[in-house]
Design a protein around this ligand. Structure first.
Ligand SMILES: Cc1cc2nc3c(=O)[nH]c(=O)nc-3n(C[C@H](O)[C@H](O)[C@H](O)COP(=O)(O)OP(=O)(O)OC[C@H]3O[C@@H](n4cnc5c(N)ncnc54)[C@H](O)[C@@H]3O)c2cc1C
Length: 313
């Protein structure tokens, strides 16, 4: 079997992986990025990004990714469209297997496969992502100035995101699917100080309606759909994409890869960055910085430096 050798293979070419590739390639490490589909990651799905530093105006997630990738390519990184389905981490060299049957070897690897929603289960949800269906108020609230939105969920995150939205939207319906929130009482009570937030209990969305953008929500048991301009879903949560690791790496209780302050996982030579590791705030700028830091620690690991060397002169 033909095996290609690299200094570093990065799994996932989202903002974490692409940023890691900029740094490893620029550090003159032979760098390969394996990405199954740029449109399948969180940034690839984001319809508009308006808060990435240095990029003025609205840009789609995929356009921002393209900028990052071409920058990494300009330093010599190679991007291949391949889905990684298995790893062999037993030896000093790490082996990666892809769905197309290719095998790659690397002295170090960086896992940057992100964290995705479990499944898009509500009728109309998949079709209207980016056209009124969102999963991140911090990202998208500013697009709903003065408009009517709904938040669906029972967690502390749903409560917090309703507060964020209340600063922009004219009206926020918080639809709790059960009789009570799974969040501290005082957090839920604090919503009563926000005149534009209305909490409705036992409201399960059965369909998200709209031709080109969200127009209304059908609620199980209600005759009349609720008219809204957008809906923010916090129903299924997201889980780190680690199915291809085969249980070879330590996880933290919440299912993310366990890393140290140097982004090293429990196996020497295997690093991880981005939403695949636990974090409170998921934002492109945060994961890009993690990709940078992981790459600098990869460089230290491969070259045996005692200190991390910054990439500037
Ligand atoms: C709808 C939406 C809107 C958002 N809006 C904003 C915003 O406005 N501003 C902001 O800063 N952040 C925003 N975010 C958050 C931001 O996009 C994420 O925090 C960020 O993309 C995470 O980066 P990542 O590189 O860790 O993972 P991802 O961006 O998810 O990239 C992971 C990559 O890994 C690839 N991959 C997965 N499994 C495999 C495999 N087995 N083999 C090969 N490749 C694989 C995927 O195809 C993907 O390209 C948004 C997120 C979503 C979902």
């Amino acid at each position: 079997m033909n095996t290609e050798h690299y200094d570093v293979v990065i799994v996932g070419g989202g903002p974490a992986g692409a940023s890691a590739a900029i740094y490893t390639a620029r550090a003159d490490l032979r760098t390969l990025v394996l990405d199954k589909d740029p449109h399948a990651g969180a940034l690839g799905l984001a319809h508009v990004i308006a808060n990435y530093p240095g990029v003025r105006g609205d840009i789609s997630g995929i356009e921002l990714l393209e900028l990052m990738r071409s920058q990494a390519e300009s330093f010599g990184a190679l991007f291949l469209r391949e889905k990684v389905i298995g790893l062999d981490l037993g030896d000093r060299d790490k082996v990666l297997f892809t769905a197309s049957g290719k095998v790659f070897r690397a002295k170090a690897i960086v896992l940057a496969t992100g964290s995705m929603g479990k499944s898009r289960e509500i009728k109309g949800e998949q079709e209207l992502i980016g056209a009124g269906v969102s999963y991140c108020a911090t990202c998208d609230a500013a697009f709903y100035k003065g408009q009517v939105v709904a938040v669906a969920g029972r967690t502390g995150e749903a409560v917090e995101e309703s507060k964020v939205l209340s600063r922009f939207a004219g009206k926020v319906y918080l639809l709790c699917p059960t009789t009570a929130f799974a969040a501290p009482d005082e957090e839920v009570e604090s919503l009563s100080y926000l005149p534009n937030v209305e909490v409705l209990y036992n409201k399960r969305i059965s369909a998200i309606n709209g031709k080109t953008s969200v127009e209304s929500l059908s609620i199980a048991g209600d005759e009349t759909p609720l008219a809204v301009d957008g809906v923010f879903l916090y129903l299924t949560g997201s889980s780190p994409v680690i199915d291809y690791t085969g249980g070879q790496l330590d996880l933290v209780e919440t299912g993310c890869l366990r890393v140290g302050p140097d982004f090293a996982t429990s196996v020497p030579g295997v690093f991880a960055a981005g939403d695949v590791i636990c974090k409170e705030i998921k934002q492109a700028v945060i994961v890009a910085s993690e990709g940078c830091r992981a790459a600098l620690y990869v460089d230290r690991y491969l070259r045996g430096h005692s200190k991390v060397k910054s990439d500037y002169h």
